[in-house]
Design a protein around this ligand. Sequence first.
Ligand code: IMP
Length: 202
Amino acid sequence: MQTTLVIATNNSNKVQEIKSVLNNRFEVISLQEAGILIDIPEPFDSLEENAREKSTVIYQLTGKDCFSEDTGLEVEALGGAPGVKSARYAGEPADTAANIEKLLTALTGIENRKARFRTVISLMLGGIEYQFEGICEGQIATEKFGSGGFGYDPVFIPEGSKISFAGMSMEEKNIFSHRKKALAKMIQFLTSENGENQTTNS
Ligand code: IMP
């Protein structure tokens, strides 16, 4: 029987990217499709704890196997900021344009533009949690480029590319993406004997 997983996120861009990577290998249901309309809290100071909180809340609500992810942009010259605070870097409410503007201003005149996206997936399988990490190294551009993607995509140029994530198709972004790398680890786990034995709906 096919594994069914609820994706514990309200971010439609993430749902699209995740579905493109999972590519019908598992049946995945977004929160919206599961009829769950809550804002999941991210109260902690680490991606790991926030990811766990989100998958735990959704597991408790649905009783179904599910996974969440939390992502941060870690900029070397800023000591790893905005990191876990990436969504609200420029304050509340979360505002992507203001976040990018604050980031570019913070890096004005700074030569070291090294940064990385880090994603932590928390998979809740039969009530047991497993985590998977994906990292994409790159650089912060000096200005926005491209009209696709979401979040910090217009200013993030992955290592091995000359253009930002926002200038790429989803398939191209998936060649480099932090989220894709974390998902690949989760897929490997789920298709291994270990993962197959843990699902509640298989
Ligand atoms: P969160 O994981 O939803 O908390 O995301 C943290 C922040 O990083 C938000 O501002 C997102 O828009 C941004 N973000 C998450 N993933 C990506 C990505 O793949 N590209 C660009 N920005 C992202």
